[in-house]
Structures are given as C-alpha cells and as structure tokens.
Design a protein around this ligand. Sequence first.
Ligand code: SF4
Length: 221
Amino acid sequence: MIQEVLYRLNVEDFERFNDVGGDVVHVSVLPLCPLKWFYRLKYPDLARAQQYSGYMILGKLVHFGLQRLLLELQEAGLLDFRVLGVEVDLEKTINIERNGLPAIIHVKGRADILAERDGEKLVVEIKSAKGDYGIPAQHHLEQLRIYMNLAGVSKGLLIYITPDRIAEYPVDKPLTDFELQKLVQEFFERKAPRYDWECSSYCPFNVLCPYKKTNSYRRWQ
Ligand code: SF4
C-alpha cells in the first residue's frame, strides 16, 4: 500500500511537470540533452515508465527528508542559517531566435531550498547519488548556477548525499544573463547529447533516438 502511494505521487509529479507548452523549459533539463525534453513531450509513455524507478523515488525522499529536517531544526532554533523556503518557484523570460524568428521562452524551475546566512541569500541544490564518483558533476553545478541567476542571488550550495560521503560545494558564480540566453538558444537548436553518458540506460528514448552515442554490444548467437 505504501509502494502504491509512492509510485502514484511520483507519476502525478511527472504529469504536472510534463504539462507544458512549447515555449516553456524547466531548469532541471536545461543542462542536459535537449532531445530528451522534446522526446518526453512526444513520447510521454516512455518517460512515464521511468517514474517507476525505485532509485528516482529514493532521490525524492532524500530531498523531502532533508527539507523537512531543516525546517524542524529551524523551528527548534538549532540552525545557524535561516531557511526562507523550500521548493521555491522561480521563473525568467528569455528572448531567443527560433527558425529565424524572435521567440520568448519561459525558463521555469523550483529551487530545493532558499536560505539566508549572514544577511546573504543563497540557493541550496540537493543531489543524491549511488556513489561519490565524479562529483561535483558539471551539469549539477550548471543547474545550480541557473537557479542562482533566476533567484538573483550570488551564492549557492550544492550538497550531495551519497553512501560514500556527504559533500558540500559552495558556488559563487551565478550564470550570467548572456550565458543563460546562450544555453536556452542551444537547447532549442537541439544540440544532442551534451554528454555521451546521457545515452546509456539513463535515457528512456535511446530505443528510438538516431543520435545515441553509446551503442550496445549484443551477440545474436
Ligand atoms: S539517446 Fe542520447 S542523444 Fe538521444 S535523446 Fe537520449 S541522451 Fe539524447
């Protein structure tokens, strides 16, 4: 019965996230292969099947648990910083060129935590991973820097919760407006993938994508 609740919540979350028009892009997908976003809109069933991954739900529970824990510790006066909000909606409008014509794109995102320390606001991005190999990942740093731009703050903190270690990475360079516009422009030009590893089993669309970089080796006899 709990299993059912968790899967249902995850799928409902996915449906909300998927309910967008062609002029909206979410921060969480901007640093990744753009084709995945467009395939997601075209083949929602393939994307939906991925929502039944236990690993994905584990990540959500880590987010939820840490956010609630910090709010409770704050309530008890046990934090030396202030949590201003969790799951904070952020949005910015970006002008790009699409098919040779000017276009307006709405970049939307939800920061895990907005906090304040020593009178300065900062965005906290929570990541969970199976291990600490390759952290901090380039696309996670980029994602946090986008949130910092959208929130108009110059400080950020990327925190990893992994079985190997829990590590914090302070970030003090938000993406500039120019960098963000370039990123959105490239996203809509569908330059794919951004990283070769994205085409592995992480991508539910690699069963139909002609741009898949890492082919599987399989013997038929
Ligand atoms: S297979 Fe690779 S290029 Fe194709 S959508 Fe997936 S990540 Fe992008």
